[in-house]
Design a binder for this molecule. Structure first.
Ligand code: ADP
Length: 482
């Protein structure tokens, strides 16, 4: 089965589109991931700065030799530290603060002193105490570290792990969003508050590069269609070149065939003219032979006309527009002319040419010159067949012309008592250049068939019993309404 070119083009387009779409998707993913990575890093840096700020505040408080009371200190710190919920300090073992002390303060102070830096005491998911070795402690609310608008646009969801439960710092995307998930986890930079910051963003179908895919689908379709059209055009040009080449070869072949055909056809009248004029020349000196000389010259002129007619006919044949002339023909006259031309010559070869009219008064419709040519050819073929045979077999050669009627047709037949048509030749008789004779050109019957076809006639060939061949020209019958 031939794979239709349409499917090939469709497959090409699918492949091209698939490859391009994958590349576009990958580029878009890389771009989105890059923005997400940058955004997460910025958020991590901003949060880290805030937590480092807490350490700086604690260090400053520890450095004060006469620090103010925490309740008085708190309102002054609050404007620059909105995340600060309270503060306090152990003074001589007693808690002094803007809020009650956290549980586990002593242990936290001990731990901070052991580590030489502040430690955290989580209160809940968002709040934690930051306890310094100096026992100065800050209660901080991580929710106030940054506002939603401070986070870069490329971020969706952020959470910070302070207590056992993570705190949601930013929630721009539903938890149930479906798509390609990007996630990153980074600890905050301050050594005392290394809370894990987790950033997540789902690349939902809404964020996929649909417009670019669509544009690529159209562009690749155009590309494939253009390539297919170019290929079609090239194939068409090739086909046309090939057709022109074949036509040129055919023309050459036809030309050769025509040339050989013309030579073949003209040979007969020219031979007859030669014979007649030679005979006339011989008889010229004898007064009594004058009528015969006149007759021979008349016959020569007739043959010359026939030769001219043949040439005209060949020209008409190469110009297919020229229609064959149709007229009611007299079979008797046709037969007589043929006999007049060939009888004597055939008699010398031991061949009798006879005429039998089985339908007197009936006439065929046709072109006189073409029909004469056909009959001449058929008679010549019969002569050739008889000549081939006489080398081996003795006996009188007989060629019989006959006219008959079959329904709306007039049949002109040429029979001989020769060897008959060879079985292998029967299906190829009308093929140009098919011949079984050493001297043959194989054009006679091909030409006869062409000439017959031009006047709506047909040639039929059959073998006779006990011997011989019969060629019949089936012509339209004159006087019959078509
Ligand atoms: P050519 O006469 O040059 O061979 P034709 O086309 O006239 O070419 O004939 C083709 C072939 O048909 C002949 O070679 C011969 O084999 C066969 N043929 C034609 N007429 C006869 C006939 N009367 N008897 C036997 N064979 C014939």
């Amino acid at each position: 089965m031939k794979f239709p070119a349409r499917y090939g083009a469709l497959l090409c387009w699918l492949l091209l589109f698939g490859l391009g779409a994958a590349w576009i998707g990958r580029q878009d993913y890389l771009r989105q991931y890059d923005a997400f990575f940058q955004g997460t890093s910025i958020a991590q840096r901003m949060l880290s700065q805030k937590t480092v700020q807490h350490e700086a505040v604690l260090a400053t408080l520890a450095a004060l030799s006469h620090p103010p009371a925490p309740e008085r200190l708190y309102p002054s710190l609050r404007p620059s530290l909105p995340q600060l919920l309270g503060l306090g300090q152990l003074r001589d073992g007693a808690w002094a603060g803007s809020l009650p002390p956290p549980a586990g303060l002593d242990a936290a102070v001990a731990q901070a002193r052991a580590q030489g830096r502040p430690v955290t005491l989580p209160v809940d998911a968002a709040r934690y105490w930051l306890v310094a070795p100096s026992s100065w402690s800050l209660l901080l609310d991580a929710r106030q570290l940054l506002q939603d608008g401070d986070f870069p646009d490329a971020l969706a969801n952020l959470s910070l792990s302070i207590g056992p439960e993570p705190l949601r710092l930013l929630a721009r995307q539903d938890a149930g969003a479906h798509g390609w998930t990007l996630s990153l986890q980074k600890p905050l930079g301050a050594a005392s508050q290394p809370f894990a910051l987790r950033s997540e963003r789902v690349l939902t179908p809404a964020s996929w590069p649909w417009a670019q895919w669509l544009a690529w689908a159209a562009a690749s379709a155009l590309l494939v269609a253009g390539a297919a059209a170019w290929r079609r055009g090239r194939a068409e040009a090739l086909r046309q070149r090939e057709q022109a080449r074949v036509a040129a070869m055919e023309r050459l072949g036809t030309l050769g065939e025509m040339a050989a055909g013309i030579a073949h056809e003209l040979n007969q009248p020219l031979t007859a003219i030669l014979a007649q004029t030679r005979a006339a020349e011989r008889m010229l000196d004898d007064e009594d032979e004058r009528p015969a000389v006149r007759e021979a010259l008349r016959a020569s002129a007739g043959q010359a006309r026939r030769a001219a007619d043949i040439i005209a006919r060949m020209r008409a044949l190469v110009r297919p527009s020229a229609p064959a002339a149709r007229e009611a023909l007299d079979p008797e006259a046709l037969a007589n002319s043929l006999r007049f031309l060939r009888e004597q010559e055939l008699a010398r070869q031991g061949v009798r040419l006879a005429w039998r009219n089985d339908a007197p008064g009936e006439r065929p419709l046709g072109d006189r010159v073409a029909l004469e040519q056909i009959l001449h050819n058929l008679v010549q073929n019969a002569v050739d067949a008889l000549a081939g045979m006489r080398a081996g077999a003795a006996g009188q050669g007989l060629i019989e012309l006959s006219g008959a009627v079959d329904g709306d047709h007039y049949l002109l037949s040429v029979r001989d008592n020769g060897p008959g048509i060879a079985p292998e030749a029967l299906p190829r008789l009308y093929q140009p250049f098919y011949t079984t004779r050493a001297q043959g050109m194989g054009l006679g019957l091909a030409l006869c068939e062409t000439l017959a076809g031009a006047m709506d006639a047909r040639i039929e060939a059959r073998n006779l019993t006990p011997a011989g061949a019969c060629f019949t020209v089936r012509l339209p019958r004159a006087g019959v309404r078509p």
